[in-house]
Design a protein around this ligand. Structure first.
Ligand SMILES: [Zn+2]
Ligand SMILES: [Zn+2]
Length: 335
């Protein structure tokens, strides 16, 4: 394939600031060169950009779909449209040997330690091939849908860890893209799903995508549930989820916080709560997410906005332009 001399790449260059540069195409060495088709924009990109120190330069973007344009390593991937599970395990540490490369002690994460997908081309390190991180898109699916594989794989990890049983009641705090995916995926387990969300259009979306009820935060009507998932970065939601959890409930602190909160451990002890977190996902869960995208077509409705580089910084910081319902925004680096 003929490659251009130059490409556009965006850098996070300081707290809340990004820049767009023209550079040469990266050399993937023994890894893979990907022509980025789309890259999802995630709430964690906002947190990463705001906490960036002056002069620290990085390319964010970990929800990548692209075409393999050079593979010195594995010829069978040449020309394939693939998604990339962003956490590349070392294969040797104790979490890796327990099958948890998402918790690797020496992890390389695309969009963090490895230059990410807010770029026209990107180099994927060879360890990603051996680690099973490169997952071809299932035949027939629209490539843009592939950006959902990463966040969806984290939802799958969260549900596997929380382990709700058939017909259990599930309460989801937050109806952003992650909360909506929890709602839709929980629909395969139960019909008893309640959502807590301040934004009316997001509550309505959740109701039309499998939630039985939706309430504003703090409402007295919020029911008790067997499994409670905090799918938003809200300290208040963390507190409420634990304070209101009924005896024997499982609470998944799924959404990350900039600073943690203090918890009264007696609430957990005397009510025999199971409180746990979820961090990322494994390549197997990523592949499972690709299958779910084929099995559950309504997941595509989570993607509400596509932006080019010119709107990237604003979209990362405060969402895409225009009113109405915004869930997952996607960068098209060729717009
Ligand atoms: Zn993400
Ligand atoms: Zn490791």
């Amino acid at each position: 394939m003929d490659l251009p001399e130059e490409m556009l790449i965006s850098f996070a260059v300081g707290p809340g600031r990004m820049s767009l540069e023209g550079t040469g195409i990266p050399d993937p060495g023994d890894g893979i060169l990907l022509k980025v088709a789309y890259c999802g924009i995630c709430g964690s990109d906002r947190r990463q950009l705001l906490s960036r120190r002056e002069g620290e330069k990085n390319t964010m973007g970990h929800e990548v779909v692209g075409e393999v344009v050079a593979t010195p390593g594995t010829e069978e991937l040449q020309g394939r449209m693939v998604g990339v599970a962003p956490r590349i395990g070392c294969g040797g540490c104790s979490p890796c040997s327990r099958g948890l490369p998402n918790l690797c002690k020496n992890t390389m994460i695309i969009g963090y330690q490895v230059l990410g997908g807010f770029s026209q081309y990107m180099a994927i390190p060879p360890e990603a091939i051996g680690g099973g991180n490169i997952v071809p898109l299932p035949g027939g699916i629209d490539p843009i849908l592939g950006v959902l594989a990463e966040p969806l794989s984290c939802v799958i990890n969260g549900l596997e860890l929380s382990g709700p049983g058939k017909g259990d009641s599930i309460l989801v705090y937050g109806a952003g893209p992650m909360g909506q995916m929890f709602t839709i995926m929980s629909g395969e387990i139960t019909r008893d799903i309640c959502v807590v969300e301040p934004d009316r259009s997001r509550r309505e979306f959740a109701i039309s995508h499998g939630a039985t009820e939706a309430f504003t935060p703090g409402s007295r009507e919020i029911p008790e549930a067997d499994t409670i998932i905090v799918a938003c970065s809200s300290e208040r939601a963390y507190e409420e989820a634990i304070e209101r959890a009924p005896a024997g409930a499982r609470v998944n602190l799924f959404g990350g916080l900039s600073d943690g909160i203090e918890i009264n451990s007696n609430l957990i002890h005397y009510r025999q709560l199971t409180v746990h977190g979820t961090s990322g996902s494994t390549p197997e869960q990523f592949a499972g997410a690709m299958e779910a995208l084929v099995r559950i077509p309504e997941l595509r409705e989570i993607i509400t906005d596509t932006v080019g580089f010119q709107a990237l910084e604003d979209t990362v910081l405060s969402g895409p332009p225009g009113g109405g319902l915004h869930l997952k925004s996607v960068l098209d680096p060729w717009l």
